[in-house]
Design a protein around this ligand. Structure first.
Ligand SMILES: [Zn+2]
Length: 286
């Protein structure tokens, strides 16, 4: 092995053992960080998580069942081919059903590590399928968002996903099925401007950036400097744009309590067939 390769190997090994906190810069043992749900023990910074890592502690053991699919994005404008990227990257959404503290729900979890969690045609479809699961089973929907916004490489097709997902949100609303959103760092652009903020209960992780345009773009457009806490979860809570900021260690309990409350409330969720029956009855009466 050459000296350069040996240095690279050692660096890689070191980065697997130690993780540098982006909040305070302290190096934390990767294993200890994972055991602490990705929260820095030194400053409390919440590291970004991949969906399956989150699902492993958010859902009751063995209950989360991701649904399989064979959908892959196309590259309608040829952007990715021209820039030498994979024309059909992994999709940034997994969805399925599971139980949180005994409360059953359908869930869609976004992955910022896959193409910045961008909302393209397939991601939009998978969010809608999670909503369809809620409708068909009559269970609440949990949306865990992390996204840089619409996938610009798909042009207008990506923008249409905002309208498409909102149709599903509307169907859930009409069927009386509650939607809980957990906004993670970052939730921005077309995702913040559509289904993320269309939920009935809007929770956010501490320090999460939630906005339409990021601070840099907004500063350039407005020509002024924004404070450090601009568009962070805590600021949004103060302004009434978020219902609750929930630290990671409390998320299972809080979401579980919410699901139990909704299950026990007088409102009974209607199955999709029931809501259609009701609609046609109203139509006939009207
Ligand atoms: Zn830290």
């Amino acid at each position: 092995m050459s000296a350069d390769a040996e240095i690279l190997r050692r660096r890689e090994t070191a980065s697997n053992i130690w993780k540098k906190c982006t909040g305070c810069g302290v190096r934390v043992e990767a294993e200890a960080l994972a055991a602490n749900l990705g929260v820095c023990p030194s400053c409390g910074h919440h590291r970004r998580l991949a969906p399956l890592e989150r699902a492993s502690w958010l859902f009751d053991p063995g209950t989360f069942r991701p649904r399989r699919h064979r959908l892959r994005s196309t590259d309608p404008l040829g952007f990715r081919v021209r820039s030498g990227e994979d024309p059909a990257p992994e999709e940034p959404v997994i969805y399925g059903t599971g139980s949180i503290d005994g409360g059953r729900c359908a869930a869609a979890l976004m992955d910022f590590f896959q193409a910045g969690g961008t909302l393209g045609a397939v991601a939009g479809e998978l969010i809608c399928r999670a909503g369809e699961l809620s409708l068909s089973e009559g269970i609440p929907l949990l949306l865990v968002t992390a996204s840089g916004g619409a996938r610009v490489q798909e042009g207008a097709v990506a923008l249409l996903q905002m309208a498409k997902t909102m149709v599903t949100m509307n169907e859930l609303h009409e069927a009386g099925i509650p939607v809980i959103a957990l906004l993670c760092d970052p939730t921005s652009g077309g995702v913040a401007a559509s289904f993320a903020y269309a939920a009935d209960f809007i929770l956010a992780e501490p320090g999460a950036l939630v906005c339409f345009s990021g601070p840099r773009v907004a500063e350039q457009a407005a020509g002024i400097r924004f404070p450090e806490e601009f568009a962070r979860a805590e600021r949004l809570l103060e302004r009434g744009l978020v219902d609750m900021v929930v630290p990671r260690h409390e998320q299972r309990r809080v979401i579980g309590d919410l699901l139990a409350f909704l299950e026990g409330s007088e409102r009974r969720f209607m199955r999709r067939e029931d809501s259609r029956v009701r609609e046609s009855a109203e139509w006939e009466q009207g």
